[in-house]
Design a protein around this ligand. Structure first.
Ligand SMILES: NC(=O)C1=CN([C@@H]2O[C@H](COP(=O)(O)OP(=O)(O)OC[C@H]3O[C@@H](n4cnc5c(N)ncnc54)[C@H](O)[C@@H]3O)[C@@H](O)[C@H]2O)C=CC1
Ligand SMILES: O=C(O)C(=O)Cc1ccc(O)cc1
Length: 309
């Protein structure tokens, strides 16, 4: 499977940022035969049709998955259980069912009970995206050089797993397999907590007096501006991430609060050595992150969100 079509018929449920990025990525590289698109938004479907992202467009996921060899759920994770239940009777025996959700344990709990025998459910998560939403937000290059985590369930058949890995690898991604619980813990600190901090700090700034608030916008320096990009992310998607990775996020938040109190005390008591020691350590960590990422192709090693945007 080094060239040619990997799946004959793909169904994409949700044609927003991630769904449209997948459609573009597989189309540009000729990796699937046809794409059936489902989305509950008429506007998203109409725009996807204008952009030529699929071969058929339907409001009903059940309709789109008929005859599909690969089904990819690309909606906010709070919708997964109902979608899985709705499509289950229509899935083709032997089909691969996967997703792009940012949390894995809760997704498995919501989806797996509905998966019929003979359908291969392989949960996934591309560690690539932006703060933007909708079919215009996607990019066929989104996955290049980015990790795509798969969290296969016990007993997953090797052939469907290898085929799915081939598809994402040929979209430019670096596929890795991880246990779902470990994925959720790591992502809680590398992705979910940073988003929570951004939402908090931007909220705090906007609780200031009116004049101060205006000046925060006018004089936004790098740090705050970067936080506003993250805090501009999709509210529904992020609500669902926090509700569905509650334990891991709360655990990381507890540690974060303790570390913040340590810095608060150091500032209060003028303990510059403590501040400098931590900031020196974090500068080293930043260097390590950049070096590790430079080993990979574009867009790593850049600043910003790593997608060149
Ligand atoms: N945006 C990002 O940076 C990343 C997002 N993800 C995951 O991808 C998923 C989708 O996120 P985005 O594409 O950014 O969101 P988006 O808001 O751009 O697109 C979601 C699409 O799903 C549709 N939709 C919502 N509920 C639906 C339902 N019940 N039935 C049918 N269609 C429905 C919406 O109309 C929309 O077109 C989420 O689960 C998120 O955790 C994963 C990696 C990165
Ligand atoms: O825009 C950014 O900086 C992101 O962090 C995008 C993102 C959001 C959610 C994910 O699960 C993975 C990537």
């Amino acid at each position: 499977m080094t060239d040619g079509i990997v799946f004959e018929r793909m169904a994409l449920i949700g044609i927003g940022n991630l769904g449209s990025s997948i459609a573009r990525a597989v189309r540009e590289r000729g990796l699937v035969g046809t794409i059936a698109v489902a989305d509950f938004s008429d506007r998203a479907l109409a725009r996807a049709a204008e952009l030529g992202l699929g071969d058929s467009y339907d409001e009903s996921p059940a309709e789109a998955v008929k005859d599909a060899d690969l089904v990819v759920i690309c909606t906010p994770i709070g919708t997964y259980g109902a979608i899985a239940e709705g499509i289950a009777p229509h899935l083709k025996p032997g089909a691969v069912l996967t997703d792009v959700g940012s949390v894995k344990q809760a997704v498995i709990s919501a989806v797996q009970p509905h998966v019929p025998d003979g359908v291969h459910f392989i949960p996934g998560h591309p560690i690539a995206g932006t703060e933007k939403s909708g079919p215009d937000a996607g990019s066929g290059a989104l996955f290049e050089g980015r990790f795509w985590i798969l969290t296969p369930l016990e007993g997953t058949a090797p052939e469907p797993l290898a085929r799915l890995e081939t598809l994402w690898t040929r979209c430019g991604a670096l596929v890795e397999e991880l246990p779902a619980a470990y994925h959720d813990k790591v992502l809680a600190v590398t992705s979910h907590l940073p988003h929570l901090i951004a939402y908090t700090i931007v909220g705090t700034a906007f609780d200031l007096e009116e004049q101060e608030q205006r000046d925060v916008i006018r004089f936004s320096a790098g740090g705050f501006r970067d936080f506003t990009r993250i805090a501009g992310s999709n509210p529904i998607m992020w609500r669902d991430i926090f509700l569905n990775n509650r334990e891991a996020v709360l655990e990381m938040l507890q540690r974060f609060s303790e570390d913040l109190s340590y810095l608060q005390r150091a500032i209060r008591w003028g303990e510059g050595d403590k501040l400098q020691e931590l900031f020196t350590k974090t500068r080293e960590i930043r260097r390590g992150v950049i070096e590790a990422n430079q080993a990979r192709p574009f867009p790593y090693g850049t600043s910003g969100n790593g997608n060149g945007k």
